[in-house]
Design a protein around this ligand. Sequence first.
Ligand code: SF4
Length: 348
Amino acid sequence: MFSKKVVNVGNIKIGGENPLVIQSMTNTDTKDVLSTVNQINNLSNAGAQIVRLSVRDLEDIEPLKKIIKNVKIPLIADIHFNYKVAIESIKAGISKIRINPGNIDKKDKIKEIVKYAKEYKVPIRVGSNSGSISKKFLNISPEKALAESALEQVKLLEKFEFEDIFISAKSSDAIQTFKAYKYIKEKVDYPLHIGITEAGIYEDSLILSSAGIGALLLNDIGDTIRISITGDPIKEVISANKLLTLLGLKKGIRVISCPTCARTEINIEELVKKVKKLTNNIQTNKNINIAVMGCIVNGPGEAKHSDIAIAGSRQTAAIYQKGKFYKNVKKDELENELINLLNNYKWE
Ligand code: SF4
């Protein structure tokens, strides 16, 4: 979305004017083909457009071929140490590889990987994270070290005349990560894979990743995102979808609700839960705002910018549609009225 250069991963274009792409990573054993295929399909159904999986050794290659055949989305092979695993993954039909050149001992071996990547038109993600910074950068600031470590890998690929590159520079420190990507963005124009690494369990990662990734996106930095969460990767995809929708960077339904106060005239929390339950599985190619407001102080104002809005008042609740007053309903009729309205709404 924000880099000028566009790089294809299978049938997905990343960078340029293309929408941001959500990705995640399997945590099944790659040798367990059935579990891995099931997890990839579940991630895809939840909204992941690309999924990465670890390919640890040459014994993973046969299972990898079967996995590629049985899923519909492009896959990324995550490879460390053995350059032959990268080459065999490319030959097996992988759509992208992620390597850390620092983990592969000789430059000739990188050159060999690049040769196959060119031949099979497979892009390569390189990059750093705070645990893999090149020793020569240890006496500069952590964010610069993170960025320079990634850029050093980019220069190596460029030396071999390879430019289908993605870059990442992740740390578990959101501010450091932000500064590192900003630095990289000023120097080169390859699509950026963004995220906060080792962001922790669900609740912690949601806050840290939203802050870090959010800051990057609001500064036009980032083309594909992964929210890293310890545990079930489905949560990564749902969270990434939610973040992009709430930031208005992806079409979808956003439910706005007031924080409640002494003026609140209707049970906002219950109502919002019902609205979310009724709209959770709706797919739409529009940006739709539904506002649930406790009183008429901010209700009518918020309604102006919403597709559907509700504002409580002493006796009744006011319903608005497309910014205009629609009708007043008695509070005990509000829920049914709302269900009716949502069930008949043209989401497409
Ligand atoms: S909209 Fe009304 S009820 Fe809700 S927080 Fe504002 S003043 Fe309070």
